[in-house]
Design a binder for this molecule. Structure first.
Ligand SMILES: *Cc1c(COP(=O)(O)O)cnc(C)c1O
Length: 395
């Protein structure tokens, strides 16, 4: 039997890309150039940036830059190897100690990104005999990590604790059961029902893992994150966070019991087989963490600004979902409409791309606005004015 030869790679990919474009799923990286404050230049024009995760505006803080520059001059650009081979500088250890202290946990372990942290963490905790139960809105890195672990993956509707409980009961005979949730949901801006998750986990003797990429350094009286906000810091089995959002750098970390960190050091493949973070990045994160500790008014400002934005949007009739944090979604629905809205925002001087499937479920395309410490009331009001005019035109 003659076997049909596959189409040439380029022809195949061209066809597949055309399909994505027809669904309005096409993506492109836009080249942004920072100017001052929350302003960016894009394609020759200046825009107010409402899409950054640099919530505390620390990425370009002069103290952070100075610390990173000094480490760069001293240690050079790269770490030269994985942490276990020769890639651990005194700075890596210092940052781990400081993160553990800050989060009031026994120990911490750094990874080269938040994505890699989740891959390493989950694949080290569960395997084929086990069951992982995830919130439907969990970040893609958590889902990918669960798949890679080869544990059985079960998903409950966003925030549906009763359904979670059912799933745990149904899998009561599994070897181990792990509940996995974002602390702050990255595209919805709501906080997970952590108190209830803790209770359900305890009753079912399951472990609870919280990804606090967005809550860390912003939420809670001391900025320790969504666990502090919900009063469950003692009750969650393991939490991760990143250096790439509120700390303005790059990298991820796990904090928890000392034995957990020891275990990850032996088991987490992204830790073992990937080059350590550059010392300059680690030094920058250390300086950023100091600022977080010394300037609580930064995170307070961000939350006050976010509330102003959210309340303004709700008064105009926009659906901001269950957001209570510095992430403020504006639900649009249809993907093509969301693209039009984002385009209209651009025309009004606001940079905030549309978030579309597969990042969010079909039919829930949205804007995802985020405020930062360098935004002012006037910036927020400018964004509100543009959206107000847009809403009037859409009616
Ligand atoms: C951004 C994000 C990550 C990944 O972190 P990176 O450092 O960007 O790789 C993980 N989890 C959540 C919830 C995130 O929003």
């Amino acid at each position: 039997m003659p076997v049909a030869s596959p189409p040439a790679l380029e022809a195949f990919l061209t066809q597949e890309l055309a399909l994505l474009e027809r669904k309005h799923w096409q993506r492109a990286c836009r080249v942004l150039e920072p100017t001052t404050g929350p302003l960016v230049q894009y394609d020759g024009r200046t825009y107010l940036h409402f899409a950054s995760n640099d919530y505390l505006s620390l990425a370009r803080d002069a103290r952070v830059i100075r610390a990173a520059a000094e480490a760069l001059a001293h240690y050079g650009l790269g770490s030269g190897a994985s942490r276990l081979m020769s890639g651990t500088s005194p700075l890596h250890e210092q940052l781990e100690t400081r993160l553990a202290q800050f989060k009031q946990q026994e120990a911490a372990l750094l990874f080269s990104s938040g994505y890699l942290t989740n891959l390493g963490l989950i694949t080290s905790l569960v395997g084929p005999e086990d069951v992982v139960v995830c919130d439907h809105a969990n970040h893609a890195s958590l889902i990918d990590a669960c798949r890679l672990s080869r544990a059985r993956l079960r998903v409950y509707p966003h925030g549906d604790v009763a359904r979670l409980q059912q799933l745990l009961e149904r899998h009561a005979t599994a070897h181990r059961r792990l509940i996995v949730s974002d602390g702050v949901f990255s595209m919805d801006g709501d906080v997970a029902p952590l108190r209830e998750l803790v209770d359900v986990a305890r009753a079912a003797e399951a472990w609870l893992l919280v990804d606090d990429a967005h809550g860390s350094f912003v939420l809670g009286a001391h900025g320790r994150g969504s666990l502090e906000l919900c009063g469950v810091e003692e009750d969650v089995t393991v939490q991760m966070g990143t250096l790439s959002k509120a700390l303005g750098g790059l990298g991820g970390f796990v904090v928890g019991a000392r034995v957990l960190i020891q275990w990850l050091l032996h088991r987490a493949r992204p830790f073992i087989y990937s080059t350590a973070l550059p010392p300059a990045v680690v030094a920058g994160a250390l300086a950023a963490l100091t600022i977080v500790e010394e300037e609580p008014e930064r995170r307070q400002r961000v939350l006050v600004l976010a509330a102003r934005l959210r309340e303004g949007l709700r008064a105009q009739g926009w659906d901001t979902l269950q957001s209570t944090t510095h992430i403020v979604p504006v639900l649009i629905g249809e993907t093509a409409t969301a693209l039009d809205v984002a385009q209209a925002l651009l025309a009004g001087g606001i940079y905030a791309p549309a978030v579309r499937p597969p990042t969010v479920p079909e039919g829930t395309a949205r804007l995802r606005l985020s405020v930062t410490a360098l935004h002012t009331d006037a910036h927020v009001d400018q964004c509100l004015t543009v959206l107000h005019d847009l809403r009037a035109r859409m009616r």
